[in-house]
Design a protein around this ligand. Structure first.
Ligand SMILES: [Fe+2]
Length: 264
């Protein structure tokens, strides 16, 4: 399996505080059958060259420790970029802006409780610059957990979706779990990510999430969620986007349909 979203770099963001804890987490990942990990620490518009330097220094230390400890796993660079209205410029100017420094896939997140007005525009602008945005954990944003069909707008504007393993397993509550499953069952999602932060609690749970999905969704699709699609990030190939029709993004309920017809 390949994990494209986690906070494995020690003493950097809200991930592990020490190198030992990072290694403990990576051992857990390897034990589950994870072979590749994109270390996607939090970054935002305040990104500075010194921060990137610190990130790459720690990534390198972690790589050599992984090797000397015999953990069978490969580390790739990356970042989880917080939405801001000139995100495309930040991505272009940074080394962590695209996954694996390959200049194509951008893992981005939004504030949890209030979806900014410019969300779709930011996705569109990234697309215009030939990036492929991946929206991290759409199921966890308040507006989407209540109406998961709202995540389809991201797809329409050119994004791929990454759902958290913990969401699938119900770690963030029933509403988030239902939203995650709504998106996965309709195959609107391209990746499962661990969003691991610590050796315990918010850890790597990819195997458990894949097991939960087995029998609930198509086996071939699960394979794509945990490995196949992420391979395209490593090989730097563009993935096929999901087709979304107007009906699916339409607001639900009587008032929603009225609003769509008359108030747009
Ligand atoms: Fe994250």
């Amino acid at each position: 399996m390949i994990d494209i979203h986690n906070h494995i770099i020690y003493d950097f963001d809200d991930g592990p505080e020490t190198l030992d804890k990072s290694l403990e987490m990576l051992q857990i990942a390897a034990d589950q059958g994870i072979t590749d990990v994109f270390a996607t620490s939090h970054f935002n518009e305040l990104i500075r060259p010194e921060m990137e330097h610190d990130y790459f220094k720690k990534l390198q230390i972690l790589r050599s420790k992984v090797e000397s400890s015999g953990i069978p796993l490969k580390l790739h660079s990356g970042g989880e970029m917080m939405y801001h209205h000139y995100i495309q410029d930040t991505v272009k100017a940074s080394r962590v802006g695209t996954l694996g420094q390959k200049g194509l896939y951008v893992l981005m997140e939004f504030p949890m409780f209030l979806m900014p007005n410019g969300a779709e525009e930011a996705i569109f602008k990234l697309n215009m610059e030939n990036f492929i945005p991946i929206v991290a954990h759409p199921e966890r944003y308040t507006t989407i957990m209540e109406s998961p069909e709202k995540a389809l707008k991201f797809i329409k504007y050119g994004a791929l979706l990454q759902v958290n393993c913990g969401s699938v397993l119900g770690d963030f509550g029933k509403t988030v779990q239902s939203a995650a499953m709504w998106l996965i069952e309709r195959q609107f999602v391209h990746f499962l990510g661990s969003d691991a932060h610590a050796p315990k609690g918010r850890s790597f749970k990819m195997k458990a999430a894949a097991e939960y999905l087995a029998g609930r969704v198509d086996e071939y699709y699960i394979e794509k969620l945990v490995r196949g699609n992420a391979e395209a990030i490593i090989t730097n190939d563009p993935l096929e986007k999901v087709e979304v029709d107007e009906e699916e993004t339409a607001p639900k309920g009587l008032f929603g349909r009225f609003r769509q017809k008359f108030l747009r």
